[in-house]
Design a protein around this ligand. Structure first.
Ligand SMILES: [Zn+2]
Length: 137
């Protein structure tokens, strides 16, 4: 495996500001927080993206994120939470060790994390039923 900044942080080769951790998951504040208390949730084992992670570890990460969000609501007085994740380059993943961005939100914080996109109607171009039938198990 090539070098990975998150593996270096998890093994304490690279210092970071650790918020919380357990045997499988670590939460840190990135060096350059995008906003107040922007937090990265990182599985301690190296998984490149959501498609690589084991079910058990994904459950641990999910529970850890939810529990941390509850603490942020209580102790940071966050009123809302955004959880962001990118998988692969085309989805703007830049560090190829699975991670989630936990963004505490506050009333009138003026952030807009929802991308402005052209609306795509399900009536356009493609018969979505054929795709849906393939997706449904
Ligand atoms: Zn890694």
């Amino acid at each position: 495996m090539t070098s990975c900044i998150f593996c270096d942080i998890i093994s304490h080769k690279t210092p970071s500001y650790i918020i919380d951790e357990n045997n499988e998951v670590m939460a840190i504040l990135p060096k350059d927080m995008e906003c107040f208390w922007h937090t990265l949730i990182i599985p301690k084992k190296h998984y490149e993206n959501i498609f690589d992670i084991s079910d058990d570890c994904l459950n641990s990460v999910s529970n850890f994120m939810r529990d941390l969000a509850i603490k942020y609501k209580k102790y940071l007085w966050a009123t809302w939470i955004n959880i962001l994740n990118a998988n692969w380059k085309d989805a703007q993943q830049t560090v190829f060790h699975l991670h989630f961005h936990l963004i505490p939100r506050f009333k009138d914080d003026k952030m807009d994390l929802w991308p402005k996109m052209e609306k795509y109607s399900w009536k356009q171009k493609v018969d979505l039923r054929k795709i849906r039938d393939k997706i449904m198990i």
